[in-house]
Design a protein around this ligand. Structure first.
Ligand SMILES: Nc1ncnc2c1ncn2[C@@H]1O[C@H](COP(=O)(O)OP(=O)(O)OP(=O)(O)O)[C@@H](O)[C@H]1O
Length: 594
């Protein structure tokens, strides 16, 4: 009940915050429309009484009352729709924005890894779409409460025993709540196959992946898997719907019996001459309305419960993402790096798994250095980079920035001093200028800054190939959006990473995989020169992950990762002379190219 009231309150408060005038109008119209229904029953009873009594003048008056209340019942709800339609659009948008904010508002990204949170996100994305129904239910509910009160008064005047009718409405209400809980549990339980099926659907319909899917001929396989996942999800939901229907039906039977009893009570009074025909008509219509009110209340309660559930999930996920507030004051990153970054006994295990991905990592990344991380697939290179960016906290050990623990540093401020380019970069469908400028928000639209960043990324020529230069909208979101090649997208993403001119840490995690080795080599050479100049001022460290040894060999320090441990460190000359894993990998690649 508390969840329900909190959800209802949050909804009405949201609607009021978004547009108080429309909220008030919708409440007034909905309430008046709902109250008009019992008034219609009263007017019908009155009209019947006047007709039976043979008073035509009063009967006509009562007829007008019947007509007016009938029109109000039909028309007011319709006008209320117009008022809350816009409100529900705004409220849905507001809900989506909160989900986006929570999804991206945390320091780390663990909440995207935990399976139980992933299920909550899936349900949240779906439930957000139901906002319209939730708000409509709430507004209807306000009117319904008044209508129920008025109906109860009219029934009590006829026979106090008839007040048991609304009481008999309680079992269907409770049954409705139980049924919704059954459905809610099923929705959470089937979130995993639903998420997997949606993922397959996006994959199978993505324009970007269409080529690979065709060549590998996996269409039927994907369809079969999609089918199996949906069947699993639907089976679970169907079973829950069946149970819910039985539970609801049992509740409704209780009310149906009470309804029959109530009508018989007044009919008996009428036969005994204690009541007139008008009273019988009134009770028959009112009792039917009580039935309808109960059905509406059950439906509204379900909608409200679903919305309340969505709010509860959002609140829970917000709390789990934000975590408890840290008591100790956080320190700011240094203005410039003097010593560098140290990793002391660092180990890391991904949330929800129990195999450590990194162990016993002790490293010193000197200020101003260019550092390459190499190793075989799955060795832990990207994980190391993510720890440096503060996406995750080490499970053991410490990362020290000029001696200060990263754990105690204000993550937002640390991020503001980092620039990063990843293999999985974002294809923002904005103008080319903004696609790059987003790398440094204060200079989002600055043409000189964007061009300089593109030059550092070896991508100065990309805008020249676009119909409207940097002003060209990119991607399929626009009718006239230009579509870029994978390499062009990657170059713009690299430009974005280069927007911050003097970061303390620049991480490049295979951001050049779509470029040819020579282009990658030239780019790193150019960037390393720039980095050296900037490093003189800020002591900034460049860390890059690459499988190409022609690039790697340029680094001041090469870190070789193998099986979750650092197996070798040194520069190219020292490592080749050592004849270890690096020398082996280097020789293998050199042979492949020769
Ligand atoms: N989000 C995650 N959750 C659980 N395990 C993960 C996650 N990301 C990576 N891993 C595991 O951690 C190990 C190291 O992955 P990582 O991405 O750091 O390797 P990598 O050296 O960068 O590999 P590659 O060269 O293929 O990019 C792998 O075994 C991988 O399965």
């Amino acid at each position: 009940m508390k969840v329900l009231l909190t959800g209802a309150w949050t909804m009405i408060a949201t609607a009021w915050r978004l547009n108080p005038r429309k909220t008030a109008l919708a409440v007034v119209l909905m309430t008046a429309g709902a109250v008009a229904a019992p008034l219609l029953a009263a007017a019908l009873g009155w009209m019947t009484r006047e007709v039976v009594a043979g008073t035509p003048g009063r009967a006509v008056l009562a007829g007008v009352a019947v007509a007016v209340s009938a029109v109000l019942v039909l028309a007011l709800a319709h006008f209320a729709h117009l008022a809350y339609y816009e409100l529900s659009e705004l409220a849905e948008l507001d809900f989506d924005e909160r989900v986006i904010e929570v999804s991206n508002g945390s320091a780390g990204i663990e909440h995207h890894e935990r399976a139980e949170d992933a299920d909550t996100w899936t349900v949240l994305r779906q439930e957000g779409r139901q906002f319209r129904t939730g708000l409509e239910a709430l507004l209807n509910g306000v009117g319904l409460v008044l209508a129920v009160v008025l109906t109860a008064v009219l029934l009590a005047v006829q026979n106090p025993l008839l007040l048991l009718l609304p009481v008999a409405a309680v079992p269907p209400l409770l049954a409705g709540r139980v049924a919704e809980r059954v459905l809610d549990r099923a929705r959470t339980a089937t979130a995993e196959p639903t998420r997997a099926a949606l993922n397959l659907f996006h994959l199978a319909t993505s324009a970007r992946l269409a080529g690979e899917l065709r060549v590998s001929g996996v269409r039927d396989e994907l369809r079969a898997r999609h089918d199996r996942l949906w069947s699993r999800a639907t089976r679970g939901l169907w079973r829950a719907h069946l149970t819910a229907t039985w539970v609801r039906a049992a509740g409704q039977v209780v009310f149906a019996l009470a309804y029959i009893g109530g009508v018989l009570l007044v009919v008996r009074d009428a036969i005994a001459g204690r009541r007139g025909v008008g009273d019988v008509v009134l009770v028959i219509v009112l009792a039917a309305q009580v039935n309808q009110q109960v059905a509406t209340a059950v439906a509204l309660l379900q909608d409200l419960q679903r919305m309340a559930g969505a709010y509860r999930r959002l609140t829970e996920v917000t709390a789990s993402v934000t975590g408890p507030a840290t008591a100790a004051p956080l320190h700011a990153p240094p203005a410039r790096l003097r010593d560098g970054i140290d990793l002391a006994g660092v180990a890391f295990t991904y949330p929800g798994t129990d195999v450590p991905v990194l162990r016993d990592v002790d490293l010193h990344l000197p200020a101003g250095a260019t550092v390459a991380i190499v190793g075989e697939n799955g060795a832990g290179k990207s994980t190391l980079v993510k720890l440096l960016c503060g996406f995750y906290r080490p499970s053991a050990g410490r990362i020290l920035v000029d001696g200060a623990d990263l754990r105690g540093m204000a993550v937002d401020e640390w991020r503001a001093r980092i620039a990063a380019g990843f293999q999985d970069f974002v294809r923002y469908e904005f103008t080319a200028r903004h696609v790059v400028g987003l790398g440094d928000l204060p200079r989002l639209s600055s043409e000189p800054a964007v061009r300089a960043a593109l030059a550092r990324a070896g991508a100065a020529g990309v805008p020249d190939d676009l119909p409207d230069g940097l002003s060209t909208p990119l991607g399929k979101s626009y009718a006239d959006g230009a579509e870029l090649s994978g390499g062009q997208w990657q170059k713009l993403a690299l430009g974005r990473a280069m927007m911050r001119e003097a970061p303390l840490l620049l991480v490049l995690d295979e951001p050049t995989s779509a470029l040819d080795p020579e282009a990658e080599h030239v780019l790193f050479q150019r960037y390393a020169d720039h980095a050296k100049r900037v490093a003189g001022r800020t002591g900034g460290i460049t860390v890059f992950v690459s499988h190409r040894f022609s690039t790697v060999r340029m680094a001041d320090l090469i870190i070789v990762v193998g099986g979750g441990r650092v197996v070798e460190t040194g520069d190219h000359a020292a490592l080749t002379a050592r004849g270890g894993l690096y020398a082996e990998l280097f020789a293998l690649q050199a042979k492949a190219y020769s």
